[in-house]
Write a protein that binds this ligand. Structure first.
Ligand SMILES: [Zn+2]
Length: 425
């Protein structure tokens, strides 16, 4: 019986080989058409377009037309933001607005806990976070819980009733002097009152220390400046959809850490995609010493959460970023330039690693059942543990905060606030 089966299999295998060989010979002799057209079996189907791999290093190319030039100008103007914080006198002044002693005490306590945790895990283990990381973590808690306020519609200052959006107004001289280029106008919802409320959108982080309110633009601006004031290297991350946040350099971890002051989020870069279900095209980080396309830190699963990158060809984006780096580093010493170059390369490796790990994870999640019986839906029953982790913050009693912010993820929250090509507000 076994012999017969073996014989049968051998014969079938021989036939299969023979057919394949014949096909190959025919296609070689008949025409130079690509082999994919000869047969549609999976292993010689036409190759995929690889459009998702456009992040690979390219030769930088200067902007070619009006649209690309406009994007370049946008990038350059956004890149100025972190430079506005580089004012030692104002940073010293800003420290007076912070309960420094409380923050340093909390940081000291937390860093001791991280140390003890590491020691309990065995010798040679490094604490999860260093002291300076803990300073920023304490600053983050204080900023969100006791300092800054989120504003959608400012309440009426006469009768404290809710207001209704009424349009934009020109800034008054003193508003303009304090860095507001736009003023939103709101009308009291109580007929008899009829008061108008002005909401000037201030751009100056030091002015925001006094007003202490706004939307994500004001939050990220003021918080990033304060991180700088406590001595951290800081980045301002612009997202092409509608959000901005902060990155702080961790000397302890030797990498840039995601920090979102609106969310009190520390090192949760997958929050926006896997947490909120947001789709993202670009995230670009700007600092006083350069710019970096950090999209791959925030969008791990490009197929699921990546939006088509249509602003400029990738080679042009490389050119613009190189240009901004060169401008920012023009007056630096050779050693500093070299050090930053090394840092850029390390980060590129980190981002590439993120990307490759995400692909590997996706492959591991494929259920053999799906391949054997496509469409059976068996594979869908597995929930992604990372996505669940990322979503946790959003589900644990933060519903009210999300509602107030009007930013529940899914789609583009607050899209009316920002005309395209303006910095997110
Ligand atoms: Zn009123």
């Amino acid at each position: 019986m076994t012999d017969e089966v073996a014989k049968d299999l051998t014969e079938r295998w021989r036939q299969k080989l023979s057919t394949t060989r014949m096909n190959e010979l025919q296609s070689r002799s008949s025409s130079p058409a690509p082999r994919g057209f000869a047969s549609q079996t999976p292993h010689n189907a036409p190759p995929p377009s690889y459009s998702s791999l456009r992040n690979i290093p390219l030769v930088p190319m200067p902007p070619q037309d009006h649209k690309q030039l406009r994007f370049k100008n946008l990038m350059h103007s956004l890149s100025n933001m972190p430079c506005r914080w580089e004012n030692p006198g104002l940073l010293d002044e800003a420290l007076k607005a912070i309960p420094l002693e409380q923050i340093y005490n909390e940081a000291e306590e937390e860093s001791q806990i991280f140390k003890a945790e590491a020691e309990s895990l065995g010798t040679g283990k490094k604490p999860a976070w260093g002291y300076q990381d803990c300073v920023v973590r304490a600053l983050l808690r204080w900023f969100k819980r006791s300092f800054f306020t989120w504003v959608n519609n400012p309440p009426c200052s006469q009768c404290y009733s809710p207001t209704i959006a009424y349009g934009m107004a020109a800034p008054l001289p003193d508003e303009r002097a304090r860095s507001a280029t736009q003023v939103e106008l709101y009308k009291c919802s109580v007929e008899e009152c009829g008061c108008y409320e002005r909401f000037p959108r201030y751009n100056d982080a030091f002015v925001l220390l006094q007003t202490r309110k706004g939307r994500c633009g004001e939050w990220a601006n003021c918080f990033s400046m304060l991180c700088r004031a406590v001595g951290s290297r800081v980045r301002w991350v612009w997202n092409s959809e509608d959000h901005v946040w902060t990155e702080v350099y961790s000397v302890h971890r030797k990498r840039w850490i995601h920090v979102d002051s609106c969310e009190e989020a520390w090192d949760r870069p997958r929050l926006y995609t896997e947490g909120w279900g947001k789709k993202i095209a670009y995230c670009v980080a700007f600092s006083a010493d350069g710019a970096t396309d950090v999209t791959r830190r925030y969008v791990r699963n490009i197929l699921k959460y990546g939006l088509e990158r249509t602003r400029v060809p990738e080679a042009v984006l490389h050119y613009i970023i190189a240009e901004i780096r060169a401008t920012r580093r023009a007056n630096m010493s050779k050693q500093d330039k070299f050090r930053l170059q090394g840092e850029d390369m390390r980060e590129e490796r980190e981002l590439r690693y993120n990307y490759i790990t995400a692909i590997a994870q996706e492959i591991c999640k494929i259920d053999p059942e799906d391949i054997l019986r496509p469409g059976s839906g068996v594979g869908n029953r597995r929930a992604d543990p990372d996505a669940q982790k990322a979503a946790e913050g959003r589900q644990s009693g933060e519903a009210e905060w999300i509602r107030r912010r009007g930013e529940g993820g899914r789609g583009t929250p607050g899209q009316n606030q920002n005309p395209p090509d303006l910095p997110p507000r």
